[in-house]
Design a protein around this ligand. Structure first.
Ligand SMILES: Nc1ncnc2c1ncn2[C@@H]1O[C@H](COP(=O)(O)OP(=O)(O)OP(=O)(O)O)[C@@H](O)[C@H]1O
Ligand SMILES: O=P(O)(O)OC[C@H]1O[C@H](OP(=O)(O)OP(=O)(O)O)[C@H](O)[C@@H]1O
Length: 207
């Protein structure tokens, strides 16, 4: 077990892209990998142990060293600011963070309200712009906030733009481009450098 690499995989959107990438790199992952409710999946043939986590929690597992490596969106990395190294831009699950709201924002408030799942990223962004805002943390359905008067603006992920459009919202500013990253625990990187470098090399050769 000691020579296994433990990799924290994000459940949800990124999972499929990440699994495809690992297969393209030549790793043999069993069919169980794609269709299981198990949260720990061992692949002894490749000496991998995968743990399936909520996307926002991946850097936490890696920082604490219970996973050697993880796959996390840049959005999550910026929000969580965990003590991990970013090894590779996997260039999967691309999207971007944007400020959005109703077409005519009517607020004259001193501190407009901004609803978001990313309170730290949003606060840092508006601080840098020299604008005072009140951040309201939500966990989903962010686009609802301006529609029902909870917030004047939102900071959220945009991919196709469909959610904004169907809810009558417009993008004010694009903030940062997002792709998924391969991250590593600093101690694991020192102790398991050979295997980790081999993985990085195989993954970076794909593109
Ligand atoms: N359209 C998109 N909306 C949200 N995240 C996206 C999108 N496209 C790519 N991503 C990436 O996927 C990650 C989120 O995945 P997912 O939506 O499965 O998790 P989640 O937001 O935690 O969802 P939930 O809380 O509903 O489980 C983000 O961190 C981001 O990097
Ligand atoms: O530009 P689009 O392609 O429409 O994608 C963006 C939408 O997808 C995400 O929401 P998600 O589906 O994860 O639902 P949530 O509201 O529960 O976060 C994100 O928060 C946006 O609402």
């Amino acid at each position: 077990m000691k020579d296994f690499l433990t990799i924290a995989m994000p459940k949800g959107r990124i999972f499929e892209d990440a699994a495809q990438l690992l297969r393209q790199a030549g790793f043999q992952l069993p069919p169980e990998f794609d269709d299981s409710r198990k949260l720990i999946i061992e692949v002894p043939e490749e000496k991998f142990r995968f743990i399936l986590a909520k996307p926002m929690d991946v850097p936490t597992y890696v920082e604490h060293g219970v996973a050697d490596l993880g796959i996390a969106g840049k959005d999550v990395m910026l929000e969580e600011e965990r003590d991990v190294y970013e090894l590779l831009d996997l260039k999967i699950s691309a999207c971007y963070l944007a400020v959005a709201g109703l077409p005519e924002s009517k607020t004259n408030d001193v501190a407009p309200k901004v609803a978001t799942k990313y309170p730290h990223v949003a606060a840092a962004y508006f601080r840098e712009q020299g604008e005072q805002v009140e951040i309201i943390k939500l966990n989903g359905s962010i686009e609802l906030a301006p529609l029902i008067g909870l917030a004047d603006r939102i900071v959220d992920i945009v991919s196709t733009g469909r959610t904004l459009k169907e809810n009558g919202l417009v993008e004010y500013e694009q903030m940062v481009k997002i792709t998924s990253r391969l991250i590593v625990n600093p101690v694991s990187f020192r102790l398991k450098d050979e295997r980790i470098n081999e993985l990085v090399e195989r993954l970076s050769k794909i593109k």
